[in-house]
Ligand binder design. Structure first.
Ligand code: ATP
Ligand code: F1X
Length: 303
C-alpha cells in the first residue's frame, strides 16, 4: 500500500493579477482553489495515475473539510487526524513572476502527533510512505527523523521530500527515495548547483548517506536520477508553462507509479519527468493522458 503524510496541508488559492502593484489595490482575474500540501499533491497525482493510496496528516475547520471533501470526490482514501485550528490557505500569486505566500498552519497537540505516529507504526513491511512538506512550528523539528526510524524498523519504504534542514537530519537512516530540487541539494552541501554534473556529484553523496534512489529536479532544465545501478540525465520537455506549483510532487508521484508497476529504472525516470512537466503545463495537477502524451518526447542519457 502507498501512504502520503502531509503535516501542514493547505488550500492553494491561485490568483492571476495583471501588472501587480506592491502596496496598491490589485484586482485579480481568474482564481482557483485546490487541495494542496506536498503529500496531498502526491496522493492526487498517484490516484490520477491509477495508483490507490491513503492520505495521512492533520486537517481542521472549514478549510480542512474542503480538502477532505475534494479528496473524497476524487476517490482518494484519507485517514487525517482532526485538529482544532484552521488548515491554512496558501496564496499563489501569478503576475509577471510567481509569488507564493504559505501560511503557518494550525497548532498540533502532543496527543494529535502521537496519534499520527501510531498510524505510521501500523504500516506494514513493503508499504511506501511519502512524507513531504514543511513541519508546523508546534511539531518538534525531529519529526522526520522519528518517522524515518519507525519506517526503517518496520521495513516501510520512506520517501522524503522536505526542506534541506529536515533532509540533513534524516540522512544516515535508510530511505527509499529523496527528491531535492537543485537549490535544496546545494543548501545541503553549502554549494551552488549549476550543472547536471554538479547535481550528479552531490546526488551521489546523498546516496552514499543512505538514500537508495535520488532524484534531483532542476525545474525547466529537467532532472538527474542517481539510481542504485547508474546515473541518468534528462531535459524537461518543452511546453507552455501554466503552473509549476506541485511539479516536484508530481514527479515523485510519477516515479512511484512507474516503479510500483515494475517499469525499468530508466522508464521510471522517464515517467517521473513526464509527470512533473505535465503538471507544469496544466492549471491543476496533471492527468494520466497528459503524462502519456509527453513520454515519447523525453530523451534520457545514461552517465
Ligand atoms: N518550466 C518547466 N518546464 C518544463 N518542465 C518543468 C518546468 N518546471 C518544472 N518542470 C518539471 O517538473 C519537475 C520538478 O520541478 P521542480 O524542480 O521545479 O520541482 P520543485 O522545486 O520540487 O517544485 P514544487 O516544490 O513546486 O513542487 C522538473 O524536473 C520538470 O520535469
Ligand atoms: O509550506 P510547505 O509545506 O513547504 O509547502 C506547501 C506548498 O507550497 O507545497 C505544495 C507544492 O509543492 C503546495 O501545494 C503547497 O502550498
Amino acid at each position: 500500500m502507498l501512504y502520503t503524510c502531509t503535516l501542514n496541508p493547505s488550500i492553494d488559492y491561485i490568483i492571476h493579477v495583471e501588472d501587480f502593484v506592491e502596496g496598491g489595490l490589485n484586482r485579480g482575474k481568474n482564481t482557483s482553489y485546490y487541495p494542496g500540501g506536498k503529500g496531498i499533491n502526491v496522493s492526487r497525482v498517484l490516484k490520477r495515475l491509477e495508483v490507490a493510496n491513503t492520505a495521512l496528516g492533520f486537517l481542521g475547520d472549514f478549510t480542512g473539510d474542503f480538502i477532505k471533501n475534494k479528496l473524497h470526490n476524487e476517490s482518494i482514501k484519507t485517514a487525517f487526524i482532526e485538529v482544532d485550528g484552521t488548515t491554512r490557505i496558501n496564496m499563489k500569486l501569478k503576475a509577471s513572476d510567481e509569488t507564493e505566500i504559505n501560511g503557518p498552519g494550525p497548532d498540533i497537540s502532543a496527543q494529535q502527533l502521537e496519534a499520527l505516529y501510531t498510524q505510521i507504526r501500523q504500516l506494514n513491511a513493503g508499504d511506501f510512505l511519502v512524507a513531504a512538506g514543511s513541519i508546523p512550528s508546534t511539531v518538534p523539528a525531529d519529526f522526520y527523523v522519528k518517522v524515518a526510524t519507525i519506517c526503517a524498523e518496520n521495513g516501510v519504504k520512506m520517501v522524503a521530500d522536505t526542506s534541506s534542514q529536515a533532509l540533513k537530519e534524516i540522512l544516515g537512516t535508510s530511505l527509499f527515495l529523496v527528491k531535492p530540487n537543485h537549490h535544496e541539494l546545494g543548501e545541503l552541501f553549502d554549494v551552488t548547483i549549476k550543472t547536471t554534473e554538479d547535481a550528479i556529484t552531490y546526488g551521489k553523496q546523498l546516496q552514499q548517506q543512505g538514500a537508495e534512489h535520488v532524484l534531483v529536479s532542476m525545474g525547466g532544465s529537467g532532472a538527474v536520477y542517481i539510481s542504485p545501478e547508474a546515473c541518468y540525465v534528462a531535459k524537461a520537455p518543452v511546453g507552455t508553462v501554466k503552473n509549476t506549483v506541485g511539479a516536484g510532487d508530481s514527479m515523485v508521484a510519477g516515479f512511484l507509479a512507474a516503479y510500483t508497476k515494475g517499469k525499468s529504472l530508466e522508464d521510471t525516470f522517464r515517467y517521473a519527468i513526464a509527470t512533473g512537466s505535465a503538471t507544469a503545463f496544466q492549471d491543476d495537477l496533471c492527468e494520466k493522458k497528459d503524462v502519456d502524451a509527453l513520454l515519447s518526447t523525453i530523451e534520457i542519457t545514461k552517465k
